[in-house]
Write a protein that binds this ligand. Sequence first.
Ligand SMILES: NC(=O)c1ccc[n+]([C@@H]2O[C@H](COP(=O)([O-])OP(=O)(O)OC[C@H]3O[C@@H](n4cnc5c(N)ncnc54)[C@H](OP(=O)(O)O)[C@@H]3O)[C@@H](O)[C@H]2O)c1
Length: 516
Amino acid sequence: MNETKESHPFLEGLSSHRGAPPTAIVIFGASGDLTARKLMPALYNLGVDNLLPADFSFIGYGRREMTNDEFRHSMKEAVEKFSRRPLDEKLWENLSKGIRFQVGGYDDAESFARLGETIESLEEQVGGEIQTLFYISTPPSAFASILNNLGMSGLAKRNIGSRRSSKVVIEKPFGRNLESARKLNKVIASHFDESQVFRIDHYLGKETVQSLLVQRFANSIFEPIWNRRYVECIQITVSESIGVGSRAGYYDQSGALRDMIQNHVMQLLALTAMEPPVSLDPESIRDEKVKVLKAIQPLRVDGEESEVVRGRYVEGLVEGEKAVGYLEEESVPPASTTETFVALRLSINNWRWKGVPFYLRSGKRMARRASEIAIQFKLPPGILFSEKEKFDVGPNVMVLRIQPDEGLTLTLNSKVPGLETRTQPVKMNFGYATTFGSNTPEAYERLILDAMVGDGTLFIRGDETEASWKLFTPLLDYWAEDSNHPKSYLAGSWGPVEADALLHRENHEWRVAGSG
Ligand SMILES: NC(=O)c1ccc[n+]([C@@H]2O[C@H](COP(=O)([O-])OP(=O)(O)OC[C@H]3O[C@@H](n4cnc5c(N)ncnc54)[C@H](OP(=O)(O)O)[C@@H]3O)[C@@H](O)[C@H]2O)c1
């Protein structure tokens, strides 16, 4: 079959420039929140950009009875509500012809056999083999049975060995600790080859995260100073101003460490700290990420030297509005010890980073929503410009702003204009929106497209998930036994004072995240 064919009636005018083969995406759990808010809008926007493969179709799968029309209607509403670009009726008409719903269970062989028949009938319609991309978007309790049924039904091995071999995308969270992540990896490995597997961390789909590789390795001025000789410390912040909202049921079982640090924040750390890969192919990049994750020293979890602070918000003001404390949120059990904030100090025991503290923090109900990586460089020797009353000299800091206001800021010391020599830190700013315009693709657009073309660079490999869980599982075990409650912080603040004290030990201060 011609892979660049553009004239299939489902998607007239839509075809992929990145050469994905004809594809059917099957979303398990398609009646859920993620499909409506992210996946369907991402597929629609790929359609707008002419990036969907020819003969593209989308099978929503779930237990709830729904007709094709009802499902299409709900998907249309999702696009109207959540797409970054408005719905175009003509394009929707084309796209929606390829959308259908299949009722089925997640753990019964018969439903999967029926799914196989549906895929075969699609192949008959298009007159050739199609790739199936299975997207598991259910709660994690259903992951293993879906994977097993894909294996046992033979769907996992469709077109194996060719570009059109089946692929599977697995949503987060990937396990709850090292043991469960290993178990899930074993289930996957018993049915799929690793090249067919795409573990999602949507942070990797964000523009600025991808541009970190370009910043580091397409410029020659940063790499020589990106090491222990010049870097004083590195701070990674992922803060949210929202609370747990209606997701308390999920969140109380998870907490900030599992929800944010173990996956998103560790990915940011790995990309910041890894060695230059030998090439840009997915395995070379992921090899380097695993190496650096393995070089992280075990955390000190208790006593005076503890490198961890866990916190929980109490009532306060967030952006001028009163916010209740975590324990007062709906559906949070009164005896909960779940953390809504974590701060950590990590040491990487390798040639490049030995002795440089990596400070990580993430929390809910913090002063501001901000995700950023700040590289703080060492101060120059205090010989010139050292009189504090005359010279305001601060460290050079390079900040990669991931959200909001994606960009990069470099803080330098400058002379204040005038007849006297006085100094002041100033900022050089590069903003994505200013330079490139603001309508950048959503993370899920990039990730779904990459999975369709079989590019795993921005997905997590099995050994990466295990390296990260290996680091945090002893801490989770310790907390599970610890009857102390997390340290309190006011909603709308930057976390408990203990998180500040963690940095003060080494004369460091948290930056005000989101301040450019
Ligand atoms: N929502 C987000 O913003 C978000 C963000 C990042 C990651 N994720 C991850 O993406 C996956 C899907 O998230 P979601 O928010 O769409 O989930 P959801 O709305 O809770 O569930 C999606 C669908 O899964 C099916 N399902 C299967 N087993 C279920 C069970 N035991 N309980 C409830 N529903 C079950 C249900 O469809 P049927 O009843 O029709 O079978 C449900 O509509 C999860 O793994 C989540 O952690 C979500």
